[in-house]
Design a binder for this molecule. Structure first.
Ligand SMILES: Cc1cc2nc3c(=O)[nH]c(=O)nc-3n(C[C@H](O)[C@H](O)[C@H](O)COP(=O)(O)O)c2cc1C
Length: 200
């Protein structure tokens, strides 16, 4: 689930997003919060994608949580523009987003960390995400140590927290029979959201 209770509904594409979200939810869409985030690692000259779980949209910030030393984090630091993608098969809708990404404010990340399951926090604390490790049993040992360290389980480590991106482009794609698909774009031009449709 994505918490949309504080989404900014004065932004037109956010209204479209909320409507499709509601439709997909009604159809019991699995992994509705799964969003692909593609980023450019400038030093490696490579583009990488991965799924994350989008947790909140607060005003115009689209927020997920991750490790701040992971591969994705290195990409975001070298190039702050990202491309994001949802596909909800229950309603056959694809949503493409482009935006700029930055770390969410610390207070918000602290609050989120305090409200998570201890077991999840132990993993966030113990994993050097995306770094090599000798064996999976080392992963489990590190995890167990973090889990036993009870007094630290709800203190957010500074290497973990939220990422917020602010979209400047959306394309809503609705799949229909015989490829008569409908595509609607919203983008910011001269500080204003404009919309138009494009061919299938
Ligand atoms: C459905 C799904 C949801 C995921 N959600 C997250 C997430 O919210 N945060 C996260 O750091 N990784 C999440 N992952 C794992 C990432 O896809 C990825 O493996 C990890 O973040 C490391 O990526 P990186 O090496 O590009 O930094 C998720 C994976 C899947 C399949």
């Amino acid at each position: 689930m994505i918490n949309l209770s504080k989404i900014n509904k004065s932004i037109e594409p956010y209204i479209n997003f909320s409507e499709y979200y509601e439709q997909a939810q009604k159809k019991n869409q699995k992994n509705i919060e799964a969003i692909s985030i593609s980023s450019f690692n400038k030093s490696k000259q490579e583009i990488e994608s991965r799924l994350v779980n989008l947790k909140y949209v607060i005003n115009n910030e689209w927020i997920f949580f991750s490790n701040y030393q992971s591969q994705k984090s290195k990409s975001f630091e070298s190039h702050s523009q990202i491309a994001a993608l949802f596909y909800w098969n229950s309603i056959n809708v694809q949503i493409r987003i482009k935006g700029n990404i930055f770390k969410t404010n610390k207070e918000f990340s602290d609050k989120h960390f305090k409200n998570r399951l201890a077991g999840k926090n132990a993993l966030a604390i113990s994993s050097n995400q995306s770094e090599k490790i000798n064996s999976f049993s080392d992963v489990k040992t590190n995890y167990k140590i973090a889990l036993e360290n009870n007094d630290k389980l709800f203190q957010r480590p500074d290497y973990w927290g939220g990422y917020s991106f602010i979209p400047y482009y959306f394309e809503f794609w609705e799949g229909h029979d015989l490829r008569l698909n409908q595509r609607k774009v919203f983008e910011i031009i001269d500080n204003k959201w404009i919309d138009y449709i494009i061919q299938p």
